[in-house]
Design a protein around this ligand. Sequence first.
Ligand code: DLZ
Length: 163
Amino acid sequence: MASNLKNLSDHDPATIPDGSSMKFGIVVAEWNEEITAALLEGAMTTLGKHGVKKENIEVKVVPGSFELPYGARIVAEQFSPHAVICLGCVIQGETRHFDYICQGVTKGITELNLDYDIPFIFGVLTTENLQQALDRAGGKHGNKGDEAAVSALKMAALRNGQA
Ligand code: DLZ
């Protein structure tokens, strides 16, 4: 289902695991900062709503989405979280840069999921323009950061045998 058909912030709280004993890493890209700051805010708020303590969330900033997989690996190794959330926003430009960055970050995060024994969450917006990104960063389609946080809680519980 496309994100214009499902609000990214709508979740049944009864299906979301309690995070009070969990630790999370968040890696956020600086590119398109107006958007990624809103994704980070959404992820932090949603984790907090489900019991995750602020001191159990380690946030690291990387220059762009292409650097998210490396940043996520560093957070996983240095902080031992139950899951790592990767937040970025790639907006289509005039060249094929968009395709290469999307390909790189998708492949990188997929490989981390297979290589490490914890989940890495793909909280990356890949949009045609700024408006589509704003719509998914707290706008009319909700917040991809909320969705990423919910996915992290569910996957961490699955990893821990609690789901
Ligand atoms: C170079 C670049 C461009 C053109 N666009 C974006 C973007 O829309 N979103 C994003 O997160 N990063 C972008 N970058 C930066 C790359 O992700 C990366 O940081 C640089 O190519 C350096 O490796």
